[in-house]
Design a protein around this ligand. Structure first.
Ligand SMILES: *Cc1c(COP(=O)(O)O)cnc(C)c1O
Length: 416
């Protein structure tokens, strides 16, 4: 099974692309290829592998698998999501260049733009790009050397949704490329290349690997001219993942569809629990303080529904209660108790108090003091990251156990 076109089904692609039995032994699961170098039968005569930084069987297998899941043609794996992002910026080429990034971008990406890329002549403007952004907003931020628009959708942690096809049209009309960091939704819930994006990026450390035991990044594109340059940069810059990590991530991605479905079901149920019980008992002031893209009352819900991947859309029957959109859920708790968010986090037992996301186990954190503490307070509040905003990475445990954990913690905090 060589590429996405040979199989229409996401699940089948996840399990089979890049995973054919080993020809020499028949091993159904590809062995881990630790060799750094490969014997040639004559000078320049080899089997596609020369030196493991340039290419490695496990990495190639994983790259093909993820490219197939994103409906792309070419995948490139890196030592982290951040390494993927920094390598990607080399597409900007020589001379001064300018990137328009969504204001609510991942902290590490913002840090890289501001403190590293800037040293190399790349200037970045952080612009609110939520919803269907007016072309005038883009025009007023456009510079002579603008070459790239960079977005995440939904954003972290306030779950803002970007109209990707609209932004792709604007970018292309101005000869720029659109990069979408699709880490939060994973390829299961959305395929930005189908929506007009030129490049998709993932922190594989999150949903794709899914077990919180690998740091890795990946970039996928359909464009051959970008792929050729990315392949060159991947080898020349050399921030590549290990064979073992590629093998683990490939194994993880084989169950992405199963995990993603359960993450989504659990998170949607929890969102409804907060919207009903949470509001009734005064833990949350209004259902609008529950930030989950799949809730019908969420801003830009219609855009989100348009942007769901085809197989998810096909599965969504009754959508009156909303639809699963993955495991990320943020809740702004009522300030009727001081530091309620922090107090709830300290009382949760199943949800570990930890940064990161996308693993099978549930995690929760306080962005204002943890993942987003580096953002100046004024900007943080402008972005909607208040001190009682809690971000949940809802895992795939039994739903009722998760709800019980939250109920116990919230009852304790709001009763006192
Ligand atoms: C974690 C994350 C990254 C960075 O990935 P690493 O693998 O940690 O380097 C980039 N974007 C988003 C949205 C992330 O969540």
């Amino acid at each position: 099974m060589d590429n996405a076109q040979t199989s229409p089904s996401f699940a089948t692609r996840a399990i089979h692309v890049g995973s054919t039995p080993d020809e020499s032994t028949g091993a159904v699961i590809p062995p881990i290829s630790l060799s750094t170098t490969y014997a040639q039968t004559g000078v320049g005569n080899h089997k596609g592998f020369e030196y493991s930084r340039s290419n490695n069987p496990n990495r190639e297998a994983l790259e093909r698998q993820i490219a197939a899941l994103e409906n792309g043609k070419y995948g490139f794996a890196f030592a982290s999501g951040s390494a993927a992002a920094s390598t990607l910026l080399h597409l900007l080429g020589h001379g001064p260049s300018h990137v328009i990034s969504i204001d609510d971008v991942y902290g590490g990406t913002s840090r890289y733009f501001t403190h590293v890329a800037s040293l190399l002549g790349v200037q970045t403007s952080f612009v609110p790009l939520e919803g269907t952004v007016e072309e005038a907003v883009i025009a007023s931020n456009w510079k002579k050397h603008t070459k790239m628009i960079w977005v995440e959708s939904p954003t972290n942690p306030t779950m803002k949704i970007v109209n990707i096809p609209h932004l792709a049209r604007i970018a292309h009309s101005r000869d720029a490329i659109l990069v979408v960091d699709n880490t939060f939704l994973s390829p299961y819930y959305s395929n930005p290349l189908d929506l007009g994006a030129d490049v998709v990026l993932h922190s594989v450390s999150k949903y794709i690997n899914g077990h919180s035991d690998v740091i890795m990044g990946v970039v996928v594109t359909k464009h051959q001219h970008l792929a050729e340059r990315l392949r060159f940069f991947q080898n020349a810059i050399g921030s590549v993942p290990s064979a073992f990590d590629c093998w683990l991530a490939q194994r993880g991605a084989k169950t992405l569809h199963l995990r993603a479905e359960r993450h989504g079901e659990n998170a949607l149920k929890l969102a409804h629990y907060f919207a009903t019980e949470g509001v009734k008992r005064g833990w949350v002031k209004s259902k609008h303080d529950i930030l989950y893209p799949g809730l019908p009352w969420n801003a830009n819900y219609d855009i989100m529904m348009e942007q769901m991947s085809k197989h998810v859309k096909a599965n969504n029957g009754d959508v009156s209660l909303g639809v699963p959109t993955g495991g990320m859920l943020s809740v702004s708790f009522s300030d009727s108790v001081s530091e309620a968010g922090e107090k709830i986090l300290e009382r949760l037992t199943l949800f570990s108090l930890a940064e990161s996301l996308g693993g099978v186990e549930s995690l929760a954190e306080l962005p204002s003091k943890m993942t987003h503490a580096g953002i100046p307070k004024a900007l943080r509040e402008e972005l909607g990251i208040n001190q009682n905003l809690v971000r949940f990475s809802v895992g795939v445990e039994d739903y009722q156990d998760l709800e019980n954990d939250i109920r116990r913690a919230a009852e304790d905090v709001y009763a006192s």
